[in-house]
Design a protein around this ligand. Structure first.
Ligand SMILES: Nc1ncnc2c1ncn2[C@@H]1O[C@H](COP(=O)(O)OP(=O)(O)OC[C@H]2O[C@@H]([n+]3cccc(C(=O)O)c3)[C@H](O)[C@@H]2O)[C@@H](O)[C@H]1O
Ligand SMILES: Nc1ncnc2c1ncn2[C@@H]1O[C@H](COP(=O)(O)OP(=O)(O)OP(=O)(O)O)[C@@H](O)[C@H]1O
Ligand SMILES: NC(=O)CC[C@H](N)C(=O)O
Length: 548
């Protein structure tokens, strides 16, 4: 028997479901005990789910979280698990003013220590200073004669604070409870950070992260342990439940291959993040099925494939809504896609509905085009009202950036937008990745090759393509990346060699479309900067990038 076996319980909690989260915590403790663990680590705010935003400020919610902590302590003890030391995240009742983002240590049927997070992130998607008071004490516990330091997520990102306070504490392990949202490439950043802290403290670091979707965030898990010299000694897969066990004292030994999760490419991780975000939005909000328009184009094809992976193709309703301008291939490709996914496929022509509007309104030009697009949105909401499916929006980040989509049409209405943070170039990459992944496993690729290869078109007038109005997507996405994600100005973009006319067109489109973005459904953040809480701009604004 090792000195100290540690279990990192990577679980998928649900915000506000204190009873459900409690059941997950107790189940994880039972499994950890069966596997001989002495210490179980659970993620940040496990009891309440994360992030809880202003729910934190409700005293009734604070009291309910505290009751759950006491119940867990009593239950583990009554089941004979009182010897287990459990460290989990919760909402700490406010002593004066705001509550705490807290870790509690449970052993022998009671709470034996509490730690309040010091560093409250207040940038990007985080607003923790609005809802929590910061702690200032360090927390070092003893388990089987080993000294364990406990901190919470942002505490290891900031220099100073509780990690620095542990310099002279002689700890044998740093336990970090996390609610760290996914973004592409973040795994390396977390590992390097933990390696740095391990070297500073001359102690291994155990990093446990939650997983699952919560509105516009996705948590990826990817829990791990690094040794004192920075070597990764154990790691859990992303986007799944895991109970990662590791024996303290083993860090001199190289990790056996079985202790390390198989690596995944960036495309695979982003795809899985979109699947997780959609699945958890659907299921945690009480839906069992989704509906979307299938145009035969790549956005709706990829969105439908993600939905089929999330909740099974049989729970996806795909509606082809041909107009008088729809090509044969758009209908054939939509039908082919639905067949590959096992989706519930329907055809609902729109010509007579559009004609009824036109008899009264006689619209022309873009107004007429938008009417066709919007009639499709009305149909999807009607099917949702009648049958209870959640409407999902296939619009992508490039469209959302430029406002190049009709507001309230089938691309932008609904409850959730899986591709909201995926630009058009990446949409094609993910579609190719998903098909290749299927082929590698001897399965039928879900997305018809024709949907990937054809030129994108809204088919709202004869011969229309997206490039009648927009620069080529590879150029557009590069300019958007520089202007939106890296906040470069016009002068910097021109200095980088982008064409002046393209830069002026794109910047003007982006600046004018803020109002459309504010009305867009939530969708999973997968990049360093997603529209929404990551990028907060006024809607009413006369600031425009011009020649300086
Ligand atoms: N600041 C503001 N605050 C609130 N509302 C504002 C507003 N500015 C305009 N509006 C409203 O918005 C309306 C204009 O917006 P909207 O109705 O969306 O229409 P709009 O943006 O003018 O046109 C839609 C654009 O998307 C393109 N599109 C459509 C369909 C599919 C695709 C595709 O291939 O993906 C592309 C289409 O070619 C066109 O360029 C105005 O009539 C006004 O009511
Ligand atoms: N003929 C159609 N039948 C069913 N749905 C459609 C049709 N045309 C458009 N839609 C729906 O409206 C959304 C936006 O349409 P748009 O023509 O703007 O396509 P897009 O942004 O190029 O996306 P896609 O690549 O899916 O065609 C589509 O993703 C689809 O859900
Ligand atoms: N919950 C937190 O404190 C998260 C903040 C941290 N920088 C992260 O994204 O991992």
């Amino acid at each position: 028997m090792p000195d100290l076996r540690i279990a990192l319980a990577q679980i998928n909690t649900c915000v506000g479901d204190i009873a459900g989260n409690t059941a997950l915590i107790v189940a994880a403790c039972r499994s950890a005990h069966e596997r001989g663990a002495h210490l179980v680590l659970l993620p940040e705010m496990t009891i309440t789910g994360y992030p809880i935003e202003d729910l934190a400020l409700r005293e009734s919610f604070q009291r309910a979280a505290e009751r759950a902590v006491q119940r867990i302590a009593a239950q583990l003890d009554s089941e004979g698990l009182g010897d287990l030391t459990v460290v989990l995240g919760t909402l700490g009742v406010a002593t004066s003013g705001r509550p705490f983002n807290q870790a509690v240590v449970i052993t022998g049927g009671e709470v034996t220590a509490r730690y309040n997070k010091h560093h409250l992130p207040n940038y990007g998607v985080f607003d923790e200073r609005r809802i929590f008071a910061a702690g200032d004490d360090r927390c070092v516990i003893e388990v089987h004669g080993r000294r364990i330091g406990v901190v919470i997520c942002e505490d290891i990102w900031a220099d100073g604070g509780p990690v620095a306070q542990m310099d002279d504490a002689g700890i044998d392990l740093l336990a970090v409870l996390n609610g760290s949202p996914f973004e592409e490439g973040k795994g390396h950043v977390r590992t390097e950070l933990a390696q740095r802290r391990a070297q500073e403290l001359t102690a291994p670091v155990a990093y446990v992260n939650l997983w699952g979707g919560q509105d516009d965030l996705v948590f990826d898990g990817h829990s791990f342990v690094v040794g004192t010299d920075g070597t990764v000694l154990a790691s859990a897969p992303g986007f799944d439940d895991a109970l990662l066990t590791w024996d303290l004292g083993d860090d001199a030994e190289p990790a056996p291959a079985s202790a390390l999760a198989a690596p995944a490419t960036d495309d695979e991780q982003v795809y899985r993040a979109c699947v997780t975000g959609l699945r958890d939005y659907v299921t945690k909000n009480g839906f069992t099925s989704v509906v979307l328009g299938l145009s035969g184009g790549i956005d709706s094809a990829l969105t439908a494939a993600i939905a089929a992976d999330a909740i099974d193709g049989g729970n996806v309703v795909g509606v082809s809504m041909p107009s008088t301008f729809s090509s044969e291939h758009s209908k054939d490709d939509a039908a082919d896609l639905a067949k590959r996914l096992g989706a519930d496929y329907r055809v609902q022509p729109i010509a007579t509905m559009v004609d009824a509007f036109q008899d009264q309104l006689a619209l022309e030009g873009v107004a007429e085009e938008n009417l066709q697009a919007r009639v499709r949105g009305v149909i999807l909401m009607a099917i949702s009202n009648r049958e209870g499916h959640l409407v999902i929006a296939p619009g992508n980040k490039s469209e959302l950036a430029t406002g190049y989509a009709t507001i309230y049409d089938a691309g932008s209405i609904g409850g959730f937008a899986p591709l909201k943070d995926v630009d058009k170039s990446r949409v094609w990459d993910l579609a190719r990745w998903r098909n290749a992944h299927a082929e590698a496993r001897g399965e039928t690729p879900p997305i018809p090759a024709n949907s990937i290869d054809k030129a994108p078109s809204a088919e709202l007038r004869p011969g229309q393509t997206d490039q009648d109005s927009l620069p080529p997507y590879d150029v557009l996405d590069e300019v958007l990346d520089a202007y939106v994600e890296h906040a470069e100005g016009r002068a910097e973009l021109l200095a980088r060699g982008f064409d002046e006319a393209v830069v002026d067109t794109v910047l003007s489109l982006v600046d004018r479309a803020e109002w459309k973005r504010r009305q867009y459904p939530p969708g999973p953040k997968v990049t360093a900067l997603a529209f929404g809480r990551d990028r907060r701009l006024p809607i009413t604004s006369r600031w425009r990038e011009r020649a300086e």
